[in-house]
Ligand binder design. Structure first.
Ligand code: HEC
Length: 205
């Protein structure tokens, strides 16, 4: 057994290594506070603008017309915000209505699972957000931000249980979204998330 100080140091290091390595790997870089704040605002803009449009159409033209508004306006608003902020803004669902745009990828699925757990633990829906700085397969660093969307009373007209939904809506959805999974929700449940992805400059070495 070696008792010289350097040997002892090496032994201590060897003993600690299994603990320090995972800890370092877990220490993901945090985004700049200002960038995070402006990203929150982009997500908020989508929710507000869409909510306003939906509420307006529901009261002026009724729910069947509002389905078309949702179909046209939701992606249009998301695209406009994406172009304005140099970001990618989308909505995903715990169950998707639009199979092309509404299905979460792996990271988004993780965020949704985390929101479900936090919601069940009694956290306020408005506090449910998640983010991480990550790198794409192509080496581009990006900020990924998700904000939970929960079901409000007006949502169940189009996302609720059969007894909450007017027959005309069920019919319209069957035609427009034959693969619709996004019904059966109750007020207060997690419906999905707004996700904002922003490219970041390479990390300083
Ligand atoms: C008038 C019917 C209608 C109402 C009311 C409505 N939605 Fe939707 N919702 C839709 C349609 C249609 C789509 C698919 C839009 C598309 O093709 O991008 C959709 C898609 C979504 C998506 C995107 C994910 C997916 O499943 O494709 C989310 C999230 C969502 N709705 C949440 C809500 C919430 C929350 C409310 C209440 C504030 C709400 N919706 C109210 C019709 C409605």
């Amino acid at each position: 057994m070696c008792h010289r100080p350097t040997c002892r140091l090496l032994l201590v290091l060897a003993a600690c290594l299994p603990f320090t390595l995972p800890a370092l790997a877990d220490a993901a870089p945090e985004p700049d506070a200002e960038l995070l704040q402006s990203t929150r605002q982009i997500a908020g803009e989508l929710v507000n603008e869409l909510g306003r449009t939906l509420k307006g159409t529901l009261s002026s033209d009724g729910p069947v017309a509002a389905v078309s508004v949702c179909k046209e306006a939701a992606p249009a608003i998301a695209e406009r915000l994406s172009a304005r902020h140099g970001a990618r803004v989308v909505r995903v669902g715990t169950r998707a209505r639009n199979p092309r745009t509404g299905v979460p990828n792996d990271w988004q699925q993780e965020a949704l699972a985390q929101f479900e757990t936090r919601l069940a633990a009694g956290e306020q829906p408005s506090a449910l957000e998640a983010w991480r700085v990550a790198e794409t397969a192509g080496g581009q660093r990006e900020l990924r931000y998700a904000k939970a969307i929960t079901v409000q009373p007006m949502c169940v007209t189009c996302h609720g249980k059969p007894e909450d939904m007017p027959a005309a809506i069920t019919e319209k959805l069957r035609t427009e979204y034959p693969q619709d999974q996004a019904t059966g929700y109750s007020v207060g449940q997690l419906r999905g998330a707004v996700v904002v992805t922003r490219p970041l400059p390479p990390a300083a070495r």
